[in-house]
Every structure is written in structure tokens, then in C-alpha cells.
Ligand binder design. Structure first.
Ligand code: ADP
Ligand code: MG
Ligand code: MG
Length: 210
């Protein structure tokens, strides 16, 4: 009931591209405070390339869409976030080689994405990275799926937990990525990758309807 199909995946891509474009300046401003100020530009460039790549595509499975997102982000985003999100989407694609994904499948998709981020970046919870948004998102998705929530509700729970996780990065010292060069001076600022993770999960939730 309410399984997420290829049309959901297409809507997710469109919503993600729109929200990243809308928050481009804000994400780069966060990155300017503790990094090199390019996170919004990097993702906006990546997601416009994804939008262009989607147009002629004829995906048969959710995984086909996520794989196209992965390969396009890997070749266009650069920096730290390109390989991190690229690996996340690639791992998610591998567990969604099906026409539609149920609530448990949504949890598996998000769990695979988190594993990709961790495999690539080796960050732990508390290091002030996108892992601080992804990890609680996966925990919330697991709980929601276990409780019998719909796929859309699982995504909504994940997005809400990611937002709390991203806010928690404000008080943390960065231990990975460029922000770690600042040490204690990174405290008081939100991690840009955690902020963009919230936007992407929120786009995924909005693309889903019960
Ligand atoms: P760059 O730092 O190369 O300019 P971006 O600005 O696009 O790349 O992305 C920075 C974001 O990448 C950070 O805010 C953080 O969330 C994420 N990040 C950086 N290093 C790691 C890591 N080792 N593990 C997880 N996430 C990381
Ligand atoms: Mg940067
Ligand atoms: Mg950079």
C-alpha cells in the first residue's frame, strides 16, 4: 500500500533539483562559514545535470533513477559531497532494483545510502558531517517501518529526524572534512552537508503521497 514507484523517483529528482536551486546561496553561505563556500553551487550544478540526464531516460525501476542520480552527481559535483552523495545514491540504487518500494524497502534504501556515506567518508555520528543527519534519519525510518507506517510516512519521519540531527551539528566541533581545519572555531555553525541532506530527504518525502 502506497509503494513508491518510478514516478515517485522522478518526482523526487524534480523536487530535489528545485529545492537545491532554491537553497543554493544559503548552503554556500553555511559552507563559507566553516569550509570553502561552494556546497550550494556544487549541488545545484549536480542536480541541474541530473534533471537534464533524466529527460531522455526510460527507467524501469526505482534503482534505475537512483543510479542515474548517482553517476551524474559523481561526474558533476566534485569536492567531498560529490563522491559522498554519489556513493549514497549508488548503494541505494543497488537495493531498489524493483518497480516499487514498500515501507521496509524505504528503510533499506536509506540504510544503504548511509552505509555508502560512511564507507566513503569514514565519519561517525558527532563528527559534524552529513552523517549526523543521515544516521538519525535511518533510525527513524527503521522505527516507522516497524510500526507499520506507509512509505510516505517513513520518509516523513526520516526527514524530520534528519532536521533534528542537522541542528545538532551547530554545537559540534568538526572532525572530518574541510571544517575540521577550523577545530573549535567550527562550533556555532551548521554543517552544510547535514543541511543539504535534510533538503533531499524532505524532497523525497514531499514526492511521496499516501
Ligand atoms: P568540499 O568540502 O570539498 O568543498 P562540499 O562543500 O560540497 O565539499 O561538501 C562539504 C560537506 O561534505 C560537509 O558539510 C560534510 O557534510 C560533508 N563531508 C565532508 N567530509 C566528510 C566525511 N569524511 N564524511 C561525511 N561527510 C563529509
Ligand atoms: Mg565546500
Ligand atoms: Mg570545495
Amino acid at each position: 500500500e502506497g509503494a513508491l514507484d518510478v514516478d515517485w523517483a522522478r518526482r523526487f529528482v524534480a523536487e530535489a533539483a528545485a529545492v537545491v536551486a532554491e537553497h543554493r546561496v544559503e548552503l554556500s553561505e553555511l559552507d563559507r562559514l566553516i569550509g570553502d563556500g561552494d556546497h550550494g553551487e556544487n549541488l545545484a550544478r549536480g542536480f541541474s545535470a541530473v534533471t537534464a540526464a533524466m529527460e531522455p531516460a526510460e527507467p524501469a525501476t526505482v534503482g534505475d533513477v537512483l543510479k542515474l542520480v548517482a553517476t551524474t552527481l559523481m561526474s558533476t559535483v566534485g569536492g567531498a559531497a560529490g563522491p559522498l552523495y554519489g556513493t549514497a545514491f549508488l548503494r541505494a540504487a543497488k537495493v531498489t532494483a524493483v518497480p516499487a518500494v514498500d515501507a521496509q524497502g524505504v528503510h533499506s534504501l536509506l540504510d544503504a545510502a548511509l552505509e555508502g556515506v560512511v564507507a566513503r567518508g569514514k565519519a561517525q555520528v558527532g563528527d559534524k558531517t552529513m552523517v549526523d543527519a543521515w544516521h538519525p534519519a535511518v533510525e527513524a525510518a527503521s522505527a516507522a517501518a516497524e510500526a507499520g507506517s506507509s512509505p510516505a510516512q517513513v520518509l516523513r519521519a526520516a526527514a524530520e529526524a534528519a532536521a533534528v540531527g542537522a541542528a545538532s551539528t551547530d554545537d559540534l566541533v568538526a572532525l572530518k572534512g574541510r571544517a575540521s581545519y577550523l577545530g573549535e572555531r567550527s562550533v556555532g555553525h551548521r554543517d552544510p552537508g547535514a543541511a543539504s541532506t535534510v533538503l533531499l530527504l524532505d524532497a523525497a518525502a514531499r514526492a511521496a503521497t499516501d
